[in-house]
Design a protein around this ligand. Structure first.
Ligand code: UT7
Length: 334
């Protein structure tokens, strides 16, 4: 059992390592065009997506474990050193046990407290922010954050307006509380929610099997008012980024990279334009992966690190938005 003490306020919360995993099976837009009435031309021009990876043998748990192991390796941290695991997903393999406990068991992180959060596509950032606050306000030193999804199991493969958008994958990061003289780690965190707009992007749960209730089965697949979500994203993302930069005492020009939730390249381009920042500072991987919901930001972070675009001292903005509606941002100095 972990006892949290409230004495760690002056600690820097630094990122130590990242990892990611995607399923082997790659599905192109052309292949989807043989399943529903769509085309590579429509999908690529409206979203920027050209392919996605779909779990066949993999599960949310297996992808999460693979990403977590890679992040530990990258951070050079042993599983027993982890005090806290927070996993974010909207597609766990089962209700119980939670994904974080599944990861804990698989990697042998026997000293960790482990729980899940659900904030849809903002989930990784909500988990990161929660973990950072735990580390700031307690004796816990090291946390593992995971965002993992197999959205393929909750999309309606007959609905062309949603099935072309999403993919499966997992990303993870190890963070640690350290006393440092330099200004490093997570400098600001911003998050918010507007439950009154929840109807724009939803997915029902399991059909009820309660002999005391007579009720229609809930919609079991993702449904979305795409244009409503699009307008919300274009309005919200630049605000979140400005607020996170302001809180960190940085101008937007001082930020090296903006790592945004990968839902639609047009949303990212609109954000870049509103912030008067060049698109080169907004890396994208959605042409290859599609929208990975809670896995989107950590998979992108790992992807960009592997490209060698993040060095010690790099100034990053991470930002996400999604169902709920929810939004979140952070400024991180690597
Ligand atoms: O992670 C957060 C959640 N998601 C998002 O951030 C998504 C935000 N929204 C979007 O990215 C865009 O709204 C979409 C990509 C989902 C849709 O693009 P759009 O430009 O808003 O298209 P639309 O929904 O206005 O549809 C335009 C047309 C419609 O046909 P009609 O009514 O004009 O004849 C749709 O039926 O495109 C049709 N359509 C398709 N056609 C071919 C919708 N999906 C497809 C498809 N292939 N896959």
């Amino acid at each position: 059992m972990r006892v949290f003490d409230l004495f760690n306020i002056s600690m820097n919360i630094v990122m130590k390592g990242t990892g990611s995993a995607v399923p082997k099976r790659r599905v192109t837009n052309e292949e989807l065009g043989r399943m529903v009435d769509t085309s590579d031309e429509w999908i690529a021009s409206r979203t920027g997506i050209r392919a996605r990876h779909i779990a066949v043998e993999e599960t949310t748990t297996s992808l999460a474990v693979e990403a977590a192991e890679k992040a530990l390796d990258d951070a050079d941290v042993k599983a027993e050193e982890i005090d806290l695991i927070i996993a974010s997903t909207v597609t766990p393999d089962q209700f119980l046990p939670n994904l974080a406990c599944e990861v804990q068991a698989a990697i042998g992180a026997k000293n960790a407290a482990a729980f899940d959060v659900n904030a849809a596509c903002s989930g990784f950032l909500f988990a990161l922010n929660t973990a950072a606050m735990y580390l700031k306000g307690s004796g816990a030193k090291t946390a593992l954050i995971v965002g993992a999804e197999t959205l393929s199991k909750i999309v309606d493969w007959k609905d062309r307006s949603t099935c072309v958008l999403f993919g499966d994958g997992a990303g993870a990061a190890v963070i640690r509380a350290e006393e440092l003289d330099v200004c490093s780690g997570i400098l600001s965190m911003v998050q918010g929610s507007d439950g009154t707009r929840g109807g724009a992007l939803k997915c029902g749960g399991r059909p009820l099997n309660n002999p005391f209730v007579t009720q229609q089965a809930a919609q079991a697949y993702v449904s979305m008012d795409g244009q409503e979500v699009y307008r919300f994203a274009v309005r919200t993302v630049p605000k979140v980024i400005r607020q996170a930069a302001d809180e960190a005492g940085m101008s937007l020009d001082e930020i090296d990279l903006f790592l945004l939730h990968q839902a639609n390249v047009r949303i990212i381009e609109a954000a870049a334009k509103q912030l008067s920042q060049p698109m080169e500072k907004f890396p994208v991987n959605l042409p290859e992966y599609g929208n990975l919901s809670a896995a989107s930001v950590p998979v992108l972070l790992d992807y960009v690190r592997k490209q060698g675009r993040i060095q010690s001292g790099s100034r990053l903005v991470l930002a996400g938005f999604g169902a709920g509606m929810t939004w979140s941002g952070a400024v991180v100095v690597w």
